[in-house]
Write a protein that binds this ligand. Structure first.
Ligand code: KG4
Ligand code: ZN
Length: 365
């Protein structure tokens, strides 16, 4: 069963084809370079970039997966780009012996409204014209399927750490899960992005902080930032961490706590930035793993997954491996950040019922 996954919820336009357990293609058009100049994702620009990239991404994924012959893919994409050839598209498609794929999986929630609508409209149109099932998937939950589904053992604890979410799930099976806790304010990825901004490091902040924190001088200056105290041990809060980090940076930049964050980078040496990045990374990792460890003690899972963009963090991976040993299952780093393989896999394994292409809606939050 060949499934085309489509992902356009934030700043990556991705399309992938899986055939059961096999990944046949994984196309990703990243917008990082476009948003870098703004220090974060600019929603309207993100929507325009999705519009440009979505058909080429799907075309590439289908081509690489060998689902369509080159001639047909050219015709198919051209016909969507230009109304002048739409007629030839219409007259050619019904001649297909069978559709090039068996189903489409689309991430229709949560995310930025522009990207969601572009992805959903494309998926709806394809499902309708090819007359194949369309399955709507939750992007955050789908991150769990960045990890290899055939290796999953239940009950399973999953921590999803992304730019917009920090959530612990308990899965009894592929089809049954509950949320144990989420963040009350900022997501951990967002906190990484904000901390990087304070240090004048480029977007996305996670990889920038990780790189600065791995410098040799980084381990000097060890004392961690305060941990949040919450009633629910599986909930998170990162807004306090961000403020404590700002104060620590102001302290090192000369001790003036009224110093605007825009003036901090120029007053710090690269050594100090590395030390601060290290303190931030260690503190964030500690907060995440403390909650996960508590959940592991209570629910005694067979396996623990950490997924989502922040799970690409090497320090988090190392500390988690020390704590959870062979219970830990991680996505390959390339499947930690946004991709469409996880969307297609979630649709396949979760056994979600298809949605009518004419009724599919998007849910930004
Ligand atoms: O899951 P994702 O690709 O997109 C969303 O669904 O948000 O996650 C993006 C987040 C960003 O905040 C980015 O800074 C963070 O993941 N990230 C990292 C690393 N790579 C990406 N955070 C820490 N260390 C990394 N190596
Ligand atoms: Zn994501």
């Amino acid at each position: 069963m060949k499934i085309l996954g489509i992902e356009s919820t934030c700043d990556e336009t991705a399309a992938a084809v899986i055939d059961g357990e096999q990944i046949l293609s994984n196309a990703i058009a990243s917008q990082i370079d476009v948003h870098k100049q703004f220090g974060g994702v600019f929603p309207e620009i993100a929507a325009r970039e999705h519009l440009k990239a979505i058909l080429p991404a799907i075309k590439l994924a289908l081509k690489e997966a060998g689902c369509i012959k080159v001639g047909l893919s050219e015709l198919y994409v051209e016909s969507n780009l230009s109304s002048g050839v739409a007629k030839s598209f219409e007259s050619s498609f019904p001649k297909l012996q069978q559709p090039p794929i068996d189903a489409i999986a689309i991430a229709n929630r949560p995310g930025l409204i522009g990207g969601l609508m572009i992805g959903a409209m494309t998926a709806r149109t394809l499902a309708e014209t090819l007359n194949i099932p369309l399955v709507a998937v939750d992007h955050v939950y789908a991150h769990i399927y960045g990890a290899e589904p055939t290796k999953m053992r239940f009950p399973l604890l999953a921590l999803v750490v992304s730019g917009g979410h920090t959530t612990i799930y308990l899965l009894k099976s592929h089809t049954e899960h509950q949320i144990l806790g989420e963040t009350r304010d900022d997501a951990v990825g967002e906190a990484f992005d904000k901390a990087a901004k304070i240090l004048g490091l480029p977007y996305p902040g996670g990889p920038s902080i990780a790189k600065a924190a791995s410098a040799e001088v980084a381990s000097l200056g060890k004392s961690l930032l305060p941990m949040p105290k919450l009633d629910n041990p599986y909930e998170f809060s990162f807004s306090g961490l961000k403020t404590a980090f700002l104060r620590r940076a102001q302290e090192l930049a000369g001790g003036d706590f009224r110093l605007p964050s825009s003036e901090i980078p120029e007053r710090l040496t690269s050594e100090q930035k590395s030390q601060l990045a290290n303190v931030f990374q260690e503190s964030a990792v500690q907060i995440l793993l403390a909650a996960l460890q508590k959940a592991a003690q209570e629910f005694r899972p067979e396996q623990i997954i950490i997924a989502g963009g922040v799970s690409a963090n090497q320090r988090l991976r190392e500390r988690a491996a020390e704590l959870f040993g062979d219970k830990l299952l991680l996505p390959e780093k390339s499947l930690s950040t946004d991709n469409a393989v996880m969307i297609a896999r979630a649709a396949l394994y979760m056994g979600l019922p298809p949605t009518s292409p004419r009724k599919l809606t998007v849910q930004p939050n």
